[in-house]
Design a protein around this ligand. Structure first.
Ligand SMILES: Cc1cc2nc3c(=O)[nH]c(=O)nc-3n(C[C@H](O)[C@H](O)[C@H](O)COP(=O)(O)OP(=O)(O)OC[C@H]3O[C@@H](n4cnc5c(N)ncnc54)[C@H](O)[C@@H]3O)c2cc1C
Length: 390
């Protein structure tokens, strides 16, 4: 068994871990520290597609790997109403994970202070001076550990735990008739029997599209059910009968009101494991980048990675918890909620809300667009549970 000590350990090198080490090295913050990156995967596969919106004037830290960008964003209700969303200065960006992994790994491999270990992590424990990561080969200690290995938390009886589960296909076809410059953020023209269910459509060019069948519910479907629904949507809604499947992906994102621990002594949780996922939408990419900015600012200003103000504010967590409770009651279903929202609120306000950047006025606009009578009871329950600890 090995026993080695480092200044910094990255436990997990997916989106959050690699973003952190890449940005820290780019900014020259971790020049002299010894850094160990542990992950069971070598990140050699295109295993997911990350999308996020961004204001036109903003520049992402991962600008070089943005694969496509859309200015036009649409939404379809279950009854087929087509809403062209008012996204203002927001563009919708897509990154293929393989491009991200290759770009980041090529950059960080040049640094002599970085070591990699491709092994199963067994446990991660914080300490006052040293944290310890146990793997199948040994014990690795460090002053700071950044953990992004997710474990389903132990929930309290009042916690909601939805799964956002989806199957995505990249297909080639000559039968795609819609505008390749317009993406469908949510297309609810599919059965709503399993929970809030929609398609997400990203035209890559006029002959290639990426589409995802997505459900918010508490259990998964049988694998063939995703394929069946995708086929049905392609033929009946998009009127595409002939296509070649180029790639596929399957994903599950937890949508919960569980309050994730950001820090346990010198272990700092980041990404999904650190609570950077919005409970009401599953979007994680932008929040993780914001958390990383806070960590790097702390290193620059105070010489340590700890920060006070959480990326997703208490206000936004309470609103997400309320939305999850309403979804759970299913009196006002997901399709109705999102349709009321996008019919009545400009998408730019919804995006600001989901980025935790909305003002009270924008929050009120979001809440007023929805049927208040279904939210009052769940909101009061959430306040009792969260604030009063019940
Ligand atoms: C298919 C898919 C698509 C998504 N699309 C979007 C999107 O469009 N926009 C958005 O905002 N969010 C999206 N998300 C949510 C979120 O952004 C991603 O899950 C993102 O990858 C989370 O980053 P992370 O670093 O927290 O976790 P991951 O990227 O999953 O990284 C965790 C790492 O830990 C490693 N690991 C886990 N267990 C162990 C172990 N025991 N030992 C060793 N290594 C281990 C894994 O191999 C992995 O590399 C998506 C999620 C999925 C699954």
């Amino acid at each position: 068994m090995q026993n080695k000590n480092y200044d910094i350990i990255l436990s997990g090198s997916g989106m959050a871990g690699l973003s952190l080490v890449y940005r820290a090295l780019k900014e020259g913050i971790w020049k002299n520290e010894t850094i160990l990156i542990i992950d069971k995967s070598r990140k050699e596969k295109n295993d997911r597609t990350w999308c996020f919106w961004q204001q036109e004037a903003e520049v992402s830290d991962f600008e070089q790997v943005i694969f496509r960008r859309w200015e036009k964003i649409s939404y379809f209700t279950n009854s087929g109403l087509h809403l062209k969303l008012q996204n203002g200065a927001y563009l919708y960006n897509m990154i293929r994970s393989i491009d991200f992994y290759e770009h980041v790994l090529n950059f960080i491999c040049q640094f002599k202070n970085i070591s990699f270990l491709h092994e199963e992590i067994i446990s991660i424990d914080g300490g006052e001076k040293f944290g310890i990561v146990k793997t199948t080969s040994g014990n690795y200690t460090a002053r700071y550990i950044f953990n992004s290995v997710y474990k389903k938390p132990e929930l309290k009886s009042h916690n909601q735990y939805f799964l956002q589960h989806f199957k995505g296909l990249r297909i080639r076809t000559t039968q795609f008739k819609a505008d390749p410059g317009e993406m469908y953020l949510m297309d609810f023209r599919t059965s709503q029997q399993q929970g809030a269910t929609f398609f997400y459509v990203l035209p890559l060019d006029k002959n290639e599209i990426f589409l995802e069948y997505t459900i918010f519910s508490k259990s998964l479907l049988e694998p063939e059910e995703y394929d069946l629904k995708i086929k049905e949507y392609l033929t009946e809604v998009l009127e595409i009968n002939e296509y070649e499947i180029l790639e596929s992906e399957f994903g599950i994102i937890p949508m919960t009101d569980y309050n994730f621990e950001r820090r346990a002594e010198n272990v700092i949780n980041i990404g999904v494991a650190g609570g950077d996922t919005r409970g009401s939408s599953g979007y994680t990419f932008t929040n993780t980048q914001k958390t990383i900015s806070k960590i790097l600012d702390s290193f620059k200003n105070d010489g340590h990675p700890y920060f006070k103000d959480e990326t997703i504010s208490t206000k936004h967590k309470l609103l997400d918890a309320t939305i999850l409770k309403v979804l759970d009651e299913n009196v006002y279903n997901g399709e109705e909620i999102f349709s009321d929202l996008f019919k009545n609120v400009k998408a730019e306000s919804v995006f600001a809300f989901l980025d935790s950047e909305s003002s009270i006025i924008q929050d009120l606009t979001v809440m007023r667009s929805l049927k208040a009578k279904h939210f009052i009871g769940p909101f009061i329950q959430v306040i009792h549970q969260k604030i009063l600890g019940r």
